[in-house]
Design a protein around this ligand. Structure first.
Ligand SMILES: Cc1cc2nc3c(=O)[nH]c(=O)nc-3n(C[C@H](O)[C@H](O)[C@H](O)COP(=O)(O)O)c2cc1C
Length: 143
């Protein structure tokens, strides 16, 4: 099974989350959004997307074109998951994750969603592992 983790991070919180997810999913390829092209998306069985939230609950600009491209492609074959970091003192906690979740729910085989407060803590590891396990199982069952 061919898997990719694609993320965007400005300050490092989402990067750290993407990397710990990758450590539990070592067979997956990991890309910063700037280095990933959707051209070969048909080759993948699973895609995990990581984003922080900006503005008033918005998708960061660098993730927005990716979101729109995904929305326009046929990704119905793809098992997906979305994860992100945010801060609960903002009105719309991890709302960029919600935007991706809603779009992926319609367009793909959405398996998992994960929201983490800023930098993940050791207390988050259990649910991060669970997120990866559920994703892997869903990909296995879909191929
Ligand atoms: C201007 C600004 C707006 C933000 N807006 C939100 C928001 O609406 N919701 C949220 O959950 N977090 C918001 N955040 C917090 C970031 O999403 C959070 O710090 C995140 O962990 C940053 O990820 P990164 O370190 O990967 O860049 C905002 C941060 C900044 C600086």
């Amino acid at each position: 099974m061919k898997l990719a983790i694609v993320y965007h991070s400005a300050g490092g919180n989402t990067k750290a989350l993407a990397e710990i997810i990758h450590s539990y999913l070592p067979g997956a390829e990991i890309y910063r959004i700037a280095d990933f092209s959707l051209e070969k998306i048909d080759e993948y069985d699973g895609l995990l997307i990581g984003t922080y939230t900006w503005g008033s609950g918005d998708i960061p600009a660098k993730m927005l074109s990716f979101y729109r491209e995904l929305e326009e492609r046929d990704i119905s074959h793809l098992t997906t998951g979305v994860f992100g970091t945010g801060e609960t003192n903002y009105k719309h906690f991890c709302n960029a994750v919600n935007h991706f979740r809603n779009m992926l729910y319609i367009n793909s085989n959405l398996a998992v969603v994960l929201k983490v407060e800023q930098m993940y803590q050791t207390t988050d590891l259990k649910r991060i592992k669970k997120f990866v396990e559920l994703f892997q199982n869903k990909v296995r069952n879909s191929i």
